[in-house]
Design a protein around this ligand. Structure first.
Ligand SMILES: Cc1cc2nc3c(=O)[nH]c(=O)nc-3n(C[C@H](O)[C@H](O)[C@H](O)COP(=O)(O)OP(=O)(O)OC[C@H]3O[C@@H](n4cnc5c(N)ncnc54)[C@H](O)[C@@H]3O)c2cc1C
Length: 397
């Protein structure tokens, strides 16, 4: 039944490499074109929830990744000043028992490196320093021709646009349109534990405050602490969507926060500042012999920590369908399975901004109180929301 034998992927991010590995494991030939001169990822952490871990396990990467993982004890939401808990939900062994896979924290560079190595061992061809410029379909040949910026052309049965939020592939498929600035910026940083002067709890912790929130968690077996500090802003003036952050400004913005936050920030030596961008749901994810995955089709606010997880799920479902069906049917089925889920998680992520930032003044605080009461008296209500995200298993589809 399979009709796709050779796939070209634009982008060697986490989504592109997962797709490459999943396809290569199904005996489909893969060429990945990456614009960067060398492979690498930003120095930041990733919360890898059980739904994504099930895919990484199925791809045979769990044992290797375990050497780099940190296992958080709880998912927590705390008051920005008092440190009072609005939510404390156990992860660690309980995540494994409840969801059938662990909840881990990984350094992005570690995950990326393990994926790249597995791709190379599986025979994936990686072409660096190669920006995908455009594509054209040859309907007579049932092929797509991918043009790189140096003039080189690569042919395949299918092009996957895994080229992130500013996807060129998406642009050609659906028209030029800038991503929307979501009114939030994020400072990110990683601090060696040896530099800490404050005791940080081994949890995945969100500190919720008016118009801002702060996330902290350990990485690499507990050798580093990762932080993400988010602030609402009306505009983003820089042309770049990532720039060196001003530590003094970060300290000022979070100066009156709980000592666990302000002292942690005091230990940071450098930080990057990101504009958080998004997109509305796209009308379609595929056209002819071209298909999108990950941030290229559903960028989301990182407030559920699910952007990479959704890209990983997409990659697996797409590969599975391409191995089972002819091209068009595979793409239709892929979109039918993935679009409703990714869109739902996108919406949940946006809704968390309101919760974490106490939007709506007294009403906003009441939402956190309701969460606290629900956590105490009807924990199943909270749990069922997380179950729908973490309990999902695309490998059993
Ligand atoms: C502050 C923050 C915290 C986050 N935390 C989490 C988290 O804890 N858990 C989680 O699951 N997600 C998290 N995310 C989301 C996650 O980072 C993204 O959703 C994920 O990286 C998307 O992966 P991707 O492969 O689709 O795209 P990308 O990671 O953007 O990769 C795209 C790749 O394509 C390449 N490329 C781009 N254009 C071209 C071109 N024309 N030709 C060739 N190559 C090209 C790029 O160089 C890049 O390598 C977070 C995001 C932010 C901003």
């Amino acid at each position: 039944m399979k009709q796709v034998n050779r796939v070209v992927i634009a982008g060697a991010g986490i989504g592109g490499l997962c797709a490459a590995l999943a396809l290569a494991k199904r005996d489909i030939q893969v060429v990945v074109c990456e614009q960067a001169v060398s492979l690498g990822e930003v120095g930041a952490g990733l919360q890898m929830s059980p739904n994504a871990m099930k895919v990484l396990r199925e791809l045979g990467l769990e044992a290797e990744l375990s050497a780099f993982a940190f296992v958080p004890q709880n998912a927590a939401i705390r008051h920005y000043k008092t440190g009072e808990y609005y939510l404390k939900s156990p992860l660690a062994e309980q995540a494994e028992v409840r969801y059938g896979a662990p909840y881990w924290h990984l350094h992005r560079a570690d995950l990326h490196q393990v994926l790249a190595q597995a791709c190379s061992q599986a025979g994936v061809e990686l072409v660096l320093n190669s920006t995908v410029d455009s594509y054209r379909e040859d309907k007579a040949l049932n092929q797509v021709c991918v043009s790189l910026d140096g003039g080189r052309e690569i042919w395949g049965d299918l092009l996957i646009g895994a080229d992130g939020i500013r996807s060129k592939v998406r642009e050609q498929m659906l028209g030029k349109e800038r991503p929307t600035f979501m009114g939030q910026v994020a400072w990110r940083g990683v601090i060696p534990v040896s530099d800490l002067t404050v005791n940080v709890k081994p949890d995945a912790c969100v500190w919720a405050g008016p118009g801002r929130h702060f996330v902290s968690y350990y990485l690499r077996g507990g050798d580093y602490v990762n932080f993400v500090a988010v602030e609402e802003r009306s505009d983003w003036l820089s042309e770049s969507w990532r720039e060196e952050g001003d530590i003094a400004e970060l300290k000022r913005v979070f100066a009156d926060w709980h000592p666990e936050v302000s002292q942690l920030i005091a230990c940071a030596k450098s930080t990057f500042l990101w504009a958080l961008n998004g997109r509305d749901e796209l009308p379609t994810w595929h056209q002819g012999r071209v298909v999108l995955l990950g941030d290229a089709c559903h960028p989301m606010l990182p407030f559920m920590a699910q952007g990479a997880a959704m890209a990983i799920e997409d990659a697996y479902v797409l590969a599975e369908n391409l191995a089972r069906h002819e091209c068009h049917a595979a793409l239709v089925e892929y979109e039918q399975i993935r679009k409703p889920r990714a869109t739902k998680v996108q919406q949940m992520s946006k809704a968390n901004a309101g919760l974490y930032h106490m939007q709506g003044g007294v009403f906003g605080k009441a939402k956190l109180r309701a969460l606290q009461a629900a956590g105490r008296f009807v924990p199943n209500v909270i749990q069922s929301k997380l179950d729908a995200v973490y309990g999902h298993d695309v490998t059993q589809g």
